[in-house]
Structure formats: structure tokens, C-alpha cells
Design a protein around this ligand. Structure first.
Ligand code: ATP
Ligand code: MG
Length: 765
């Protein structure tokens, strides 16, 4: 290590010795391999500061990859705070903001591709398609190939193409056997058609961003050499979740064997690899030392984030995985609270209870932004959203396109896309008759047929047809007007800023008038959304930049983050931390997910466990895990058993409580005979608050509903114990059946009160 100045500059002070090494070993490859919360991201940020401050590279000569756009913004922010004006010759924060190659793999590759698009047959204003567009396009290709889309769904093909792209495989490189995964061996052929079609549309999907760059690098070594010369330093966060294409891209840019400069620092944690379903390969960690000879591996063991109880709980769970490198973590923080494990009756009660707990935390002075609810499946947020809206608790959802996914927003974006990019056939298709302008399916079909016949794009074919009399007069006029309007809007692109342009388009296209005429309940909200869209556009340099942002942005961050509780998936929570973390839905089939269980392999279960580890380690002060006894899945009530991950949390580091009323905890005791995890019900200490919650939960109607759907887990419902039947239970004596939920009965015992019991424990009296 080069000798460091004493005292250490701000951005290095406070780092522990291995962190300091990671931040200052600027020559040659470095791999930081360490557990959650050990300051990997912090060390990486310090390294960036060190590079800039020691003038090892200019901002434009540093490639830094983060996992989300949000993380990139965060890193910029931290960096600006770390290095003051003195380190940047008075340039201060703007110096940091100028870092053009700090972002996600996708956003960086998209930007590079704009410069070289023509090398793969695209133009620099190519469109990035979203999933919806991709599926529509694939469907057309499947049908055109004479296949039955029902038998060979576009979604399946899209998944395959994704997989190939994640591995860096162009259609000619698809392994012969894998082509058979679709349409009796036509997979690669359809993939090839799709790529050709994208080219004529001047469009790319997400996977293409990297794939095209790989092709360009491999085929145009001069282009690669330029980039290799440029990037003096390469930094990668969340390295454990890189896929093969991303790994190859890094290798080409930085490995000395390929001509790169070799100054690369990757930080990651094998226990947090949670994206194998998107092609991530943990093996990239092991490969690093081979492909980057002389790599220095640094391990960090001190955790600065979580209390010992939280850390021990997470470590206890992850220790059940076999395929891991293994590591020790320690912390100097005070013991703090044990991890709370709460049993509740069902989903709505879970949401109610979490809402209550959050309100209590807020009343105690907690900051809303320091509270997160992390779910396994994105649909789980709905129950919380409903509840939070009901009690007026401000929340926001991170991850996913929610806002940009709404129909009216997608329509507006389609208008903007066709203006920005005249050949964007998918956008054209979307808006050609929205609002309705008298263009029937027949007319549109004619335009499509013409496009196919003449090999032109859809807008091009439309233009050609308005000059003939193939279309009925009214349709021709409508189409002609639309095309003229698009040309007019396009001519305004330079004169107007993009927000003003959008406003004009929405008005002149009749889109706003259409919504104003709409008397439905949603129309007003849609108009608000459009106004919000125009507002959102204001901050961008131009329309192109905005459209790129929409295509790339994975987070629904609309600026107003203050004082809102965060709801997000565990997958999206990577790298983040919160004082208080709620982890609902820890039930077999939900978490670990049913898919992981069905696949049955150790790998998918281990990935779920890593997800549990990621979840627990997001918490700084308090982690609360919840599991419900009943869960409505696909409209049917199902009895759930606690996640096996709950059983893996060491007892010394967790506390259990239940809000299940009366007999419910005894129901759990009864279940213990079958349920290997029931020992978790170590303490049933119900605080005063819980009685209220329990009373508030109306149980009767649910049971009736449950009976109607008669869903059972672990046993069929008995038919000999109808409601009203007199029964005898070996422990509670005689009683009357009041309700039935699968193989569980709600029984009013003559002397023991109302309880839930398993039907196998009772006899008809
Ligand atoms: P993850 O694996 O979850 O991505 P990480 O290893 O990247 O975690 P960071 O997010 O960098 O960890 O750090 C976790 C917390 O510890 C942050 O709040 C960070 O500011 C703090 N931290 C890191 N290093 C130090 C240090 N040397 N001294 C004090 N606090 C630190
Ligand atoms: Mg991190």
C-alpha cells in the first residue's frame, strides 16, 4: 500500500484496516468478499473518492457499476459529501455529478450503445422496449411463424431469449439442444427473427444493451481499445449478482489479458446472491481470481449495521446453506432487541398489526423513512397499501414501474416515442386509434399487411397508404391527420422543451379531451397522472433523455420521499438499511416460495435462504418477522405453516408472540404434533395491545368463506363434523363445532371456551 498521509483525509478516516486497504489499493485487481453490513459499499465509495482526490483518474475515466439507479444516486450524493471543494480544485459536488459512467450495467451499456449503435445495425436514437412491447412483438413473430401462440406462449420464448442474452449468446450461439426448449427446436430461429425485427424497429430490449456491446467489443477491437484506454479504474458493487454477459463485459473492459488496465475492484457477498433466476452466477466470484491474475482478496468481518441479536439471527439462518464460502461477522454495537417473531391470524390482521406497530414507532419519534416492510412477492404489498391508505399512513413503494405502467402513461409515452423516433412501430400501433379516430381493425390490418408486403415500418406503410385509395375515405383522412400531427409535433422538438411538447401532444391528439369526456370514476385520476407525467419530464435535458430514463429506471422514485414508510420486495432491498424492518409472510409456500419448494432442488431453497439473510440483515435496530395462520391465495383460504427459516433462527436471539385469540395458541400446540416448527411458539406473551387486535379480527365470516372453498393443507377436511355437531376432544372435553377451516375446527367447548383444533383430535360425541 502506498504510504498514506497523516492524518488521513476525511474520506478515509474511520475506515478499518481492511476497508482502508480496499479503498487505497488502486493498482491491480481487488476482490472484497464480505458479509452484509460490513461496509463494502462504504469502502467502495471511499475508493472512488480516493481515486478522484489523488487524480488517479478523472470522473469520465472511472466506470462504476451499482445495482440500482437509486444506489448510483446515493453514491453520487455520498461522494459529493466526502470530497469537498479542496479535493476537486474548487469543482466540488458538480465534479462528482459529472461522473458519466456511474450507474447500473443497463444504464451504462445503454449510453455506450448510443455511440456505437450503427455497428449493430441500429441508429443512435433507438428505442428501449419494455416487457409489454417485447411480448407483443414476440407474439406476432410466433403467429407469423405459423405456430399456435396458446401452445407456444410469447412469455416462454421471452424467458428463453432473456436467458440466452444473459449468457451473452446471440442466435447463432444458442446451444443446439436448448433450441428445443421451444416449438420443437425452433427456439434459436425465432430468436433470430426477433433480433432482425428489433433491428427494423430500431429498438433494443434490456438484454440487448449488454449483448450488443459485447458483440461490438468482440468484433471491433479498436472500439474496445478506446474504452479500455478510457477506463483507468473500474468499480463494481453487488458483484455476486453479475450474470455471464455482465462478467464478460467487465472482463473485456478491465482484464489485462484482453488489453484492459487491470485496475478493478469488485465487492460482494456470496450469501447475498439472489438473482440466479435472472442469470446471476455466484461462480463469478471464484472466477475472478483466475481471470484477474494477482488479484488481492480482502475480507471484512466487522459489521457496523446491525445489533448482535439481528446479526446472530441472520447468521443462524444462513448457516443452513451448504454451498457457501462461510464467514464470521462481529459487531461492537450494543446487544439491542431480539428478533421478534409474531404469529397472526391472517393477511389483513398482519397488515393491521404492522400498521399499528409503525404508528407506535412514529409516536416514539422514529423517522418514517427508517421503517421498511420487505415482502417476498410483490403482490403482498397490496394488503399493506390498503391498510395504510385506510389509516392515512404515508408510504411509498420502491421497485417496479407502477407509475409508468399505467395505461394512460403508457399511451402518452407511446406518443412521445413516435415523435422522438419515427420508426417506432410498436408505439404507433398503440396510439394509432387511441383516442378513437375511426380507424377500425380492418384498416389497421391493411396498414400492417402493407408494411409486411413492402418491408417498410408501420408508420411508413401508413404514410404510403394515405396516398392511395386502398383505405376507406374516412380512415384515410384520419390516418393522414394523425401523421401530419406527428410531423408537426416532431418539428417542435427543438423549439419547445419536452414538458411543453408533451402537454401540446396530449391536448392536440385529443387524448385529454377523451379523458375529460369519460365519466368513469378513474378518469379524473388518469388526468392527474398525466399532469404528473408532464411534471416529471421537466428535469431532463431533452425528450430522448427522459424516454431513456423511463425505460431504465427501476425505481418508482418521484422525488417526494420525505416521511414515508417504505414497502418493497426483498429483492429490491439489497444494499439498503433501515432502523426497523418488518418481514411479513414467512410461511412455507410463500417464503420459501412454492416454486422453490416445487423445484425441490437444494439450489432454489438455498437462494430463498439467502433472500431471508438479505431481509434480516437490512435491519439496523429491530427486525420483526410475521407469519399468518391463514392466507388467501388465488382467492382461496389456505392454512399456512411457519417458514422453515423461522425455525432456523437461534432461540437465544428471538422472541415469539402470538395474537391468535384464545384457543388459537392451543391450536398451535395441537398442530405441534405434526408441525416440526411449532416449538417456536416458545412464549405466548400477549401484550395488552394484542387483545385488542385479536378482538378486532372478525373470525366467523372468514371461516364460512373458508369452508366454501374447502382448501386444506396437510390433510383433507372431515365431512362428519358439520357445523353444529357435538364433539369430544381429549383435552378440552365436549363442545359444539362453530366453524371449519380445512382440517381445523373452531369449537365452542362447554368448559374451555372457543378454540381452534385439528379435526383429527376430536371425535363425534
Ligand atoms: P450490504 O452487504 O448490505 O450491501 P455493505 O457491506 O455494503 O452491506 P455498507 O452499506 O457499506 O455495508 O455499510 C453498512 C453500514 O455500516 C452503513 O451505515 C455504513 O455507513 C456503516 N459503516 C461502514 N463502515 C463503517 C466504519 N468503518 N465505521 C463506521 N460505520 C461504518
Ligand atoms: Mg452494499
Amino acid at each position: 500500500m502506498a504510504s498514506l498521509p497523516e492524518p488521513l483525509p476525511d474520506w478515509l478516516s474511520g475506515l478499518n484496516p481492511p476497508q482502508l486497504a480496499a479503498a487505497t489499493a488502486l493498482d491491480g485487481p481487488v476482490l472484497v468478499l464480505a458479509g452484509a453490513g460490513t461496509g463494502k459499499t462504504r469502502a467502495l465509495t471511499a475508493r472512488l473518492a480516493q481515486i478522484l482526490a489523488t487524480r488517479r483518474a478523472w470522473p469520465s475515466e472511472i466506470l462504476s457499476v451499482t445495482f440500482t439507479n437509486k444506489a448510483a444516486a446515493e453514491m453520487r450524493h455520498r461522494l459529493a459529501a466526502m470530497i469537498g471543494p479542496s479535493a476537486t480544485e474548487g469543482r466540488g459536488p458538480s465534479f462528482v455529478e459529472a461522473m458519466p459512467w456511474l450507474g447500473t450495467f443497463h444504464s451504462i451499456a445503454a449510453k455506450m450503445l448510443r455511440r456505437h449503435a450503427e455497428l449493430v445495425g441500429l441508429r443512435s436514437n433507438y428505442t428501449i422496449l419494455d416487457t409489454d412491447d417485447v411480448l407483443r412483438l414476440l407474439k406476432r413473430i410466433i403467429v407469423d411463424a405459423g405456430l399456435d401462440e396458446k401452445r407456444w406462449p410469447s412469455r416462454q420464448l421471452s424467458g428463453l431469449i432473456d436467458r440466452w442474452k444473459n449468457r451473452g449468446q446471440t442466435p447463432d450461439k444458442v446451444p443446439a439442444g436448448e433450441s428445443f426448449a421451444f416449438a420443437d427446436g425452433r427456439g434459436a430461429e425465432l430468436y433470430g427473427r426477433y433480433q432482425a425485427e428489433l433491428k427494423t424497429l430500431n429498438a433494443a430490449d434490456f438484454g440487448d444493451l449488454l449483448l450488443h456491446m459485447l458483440v461490438i467489443f468482440e468484433q471491433h477491437r479498436d472500439v474496445l481499445a478506446d474504452w479500455q484506454r478510457r477506463f483507468k479504474q473500474v468499480l463494481v458493487d453487488e458483484y455476486q449478482d453479475t450474470n455471464a454477459a455482465q462478467y464478460r463485459w467487465l472482463q473485456l473492459l478491465a482484464a489485462p489479458s484482453e488489453g484492459g488496465q487491470g485496475n478493478i475492484c469488485c465487492v460482494g457477498d456470496d450469501d447475498q446472491s439472489i438473482y440466479s433466476w435472472r442469470g446471476a452466477e455466484i461462480a463469478n466470484i471464484l472466477r475472478f481470481e483466475r481471470d484477474f491474475p494477482g488479484a488481492r482478496t480482502i475480507r471484512l468481518e466487522q459489521n457496523y449495521r446491525s445489533t448482535p441479536h439481528i446479526l446472530a439471527a441472520a447468521s443462524g439462518v444462513i448457516a443452513h446453506n451448504k454451498g457457501r464460502l462461510g464467514k464470521q461477522l462481529w459487531t461492537e454495537l450494543a446487544q439491542g432487541e431480539r428478533v421478534q417473531i409474531i404469529s397472526i391470524w391472517d393477511g389483513p390482521e398482519e397488515a393491521r398489526l404492522v400498521g399499528e406497530r409503525i404508528e407506535r414507532l412514529l409516536a416514539e419519534g422514529a423517522d418514517a423513512t427508517d421503517i421498511a416492510i420487505l415482502v417476498r412477492a410483490s403482490y403482498q404489498t397490496r394488503e399493506f397499501e390498503d391498510r395504510f391508505i385506510a389509516i392515512g399512513l404515508p408510504y411509498r413503494i420502491i421497485g417496479g414501474f407502477r407509475f409508468y405502467e399505467r395505461a394512460e402513461i403508457r399511451d402518452a409515452l407511446a406518443y412521445l416515442r413516435i415523435v422522438a423516433q419515427p420508426d417506432d412501430a410498436l408505439a404507433f400501433e398503440r396510439i394509432v386509434n387511441t383516442p378513437k379516430r375511426g380507424l377500425g381493425d380492418k384498416s389497421i390490418g391493411k396498414v400492417q399487411a402493407h408494411a409486411r408486403r413492402t418491408g417498410t415500418t408501420l408508420p411508413g406503410a401508413a404514410q404510403a397508404l394515405v396516398e392511395t385509395d386502398e383505405l376507406p375515405a374516412a380512415a384515410r383522412r384520419a390516418l393522414g391527420d394523425l401523421l401530419a400531427a406527428i410531423r408537426r409535433w416532431r418539428s417542435q422538438m427543438d423549439a419547445l422543451d419536452q414538458a411543453a411538447l408533451a402537454q401540446m401532444i396530449l391536448e392536440e391528439s385529443g387524448y385529454i379531451a377523451m379523458l375529460e369526456a369519460d365519466r368513469s370514476a378513474e378518469a379524473a385520476g388518469r388526468l392527474d397522472n398525466l399532469a404528473e407525467l408532464v411534471r416529471a419530464m421537466e428535469g431532463f435535458t431533452d425528450l430522448q433523455a427522459f424516454l431513456e430514463h423511463v425505460a431504465l429506471v427501476m425505481e418508482n422514485d418521484r422525488g417526494d420521499h420525505a416521511d414515508k414508510v417504505v414497502l418493497m420486495t426483498l429483492h429490491a432491498a439489497k444494499g439498503l438499511e433501515f432502523n426497523h424492518v418488518f418481514l411479513p409472510g414467512w410461511e412455507e409456500g410463500l417464503f420459501p416460495s412454492q416454486r422453490a419448494l416445487d423445484e425441490g432442488g437444494a439450489n432454489s431453497l438455498e437462494e430463498e435462504r439467502r433472500l431471508a439473510y438479505v431481509g434480516i440483515t437490512r435491519a439496523r435496530r429491530r427486525a420483526t418477522i410475521l407469519h399468518a395462520a391463514n392466507r388467501r391465495v388465488y382467492g382461496q383460504w389456505t392454512s399456512a405453516i411457519p417458514s422453515r427459516f423461522i425455525a432456523e433462527i437461534p432461540a437465544a436471539h428471538s422472541d415469539s408472540e402470538t395474537t391468535l385469540a384464545g384457543g388459537a395458541s392451543l391450536w398451535r400446540a395441537a398442530l405441534a404434533e405434526r408441525d416440526p416448527f411449532a416449538h417456536l411458539d416458545r412464549s405466548s406473551g400477549r401484550g395488552p395491545g394484542w387483545d385488542r387486535a385479536a378482538r378486532a379480527a372478525p373470525k366467523g365470516p372468514r371461516l364460512i368463506e373458508a369452508r366454501a372453498s374447502a382448501v386444506t393443507v396437510g390433510g383433507a377436511a372431515r365431512t362428519d363434523l358439520a357445523i353444529g355437531a357435538r364433539v369430544f376432544h381429549s383435552k378440552f372435553g365436549a363442545g359444539t363445532v362453530q366453524g371449519q377451516d380445512g382440517n381445523k375446527l373452531e369449537i365452542a367447548f362447554d368448559h374451555a371456551g372457543v378454540k381452534m383444533v385439528l379435526d383429527s383430535f376430536v371425535q363425534p360425541a
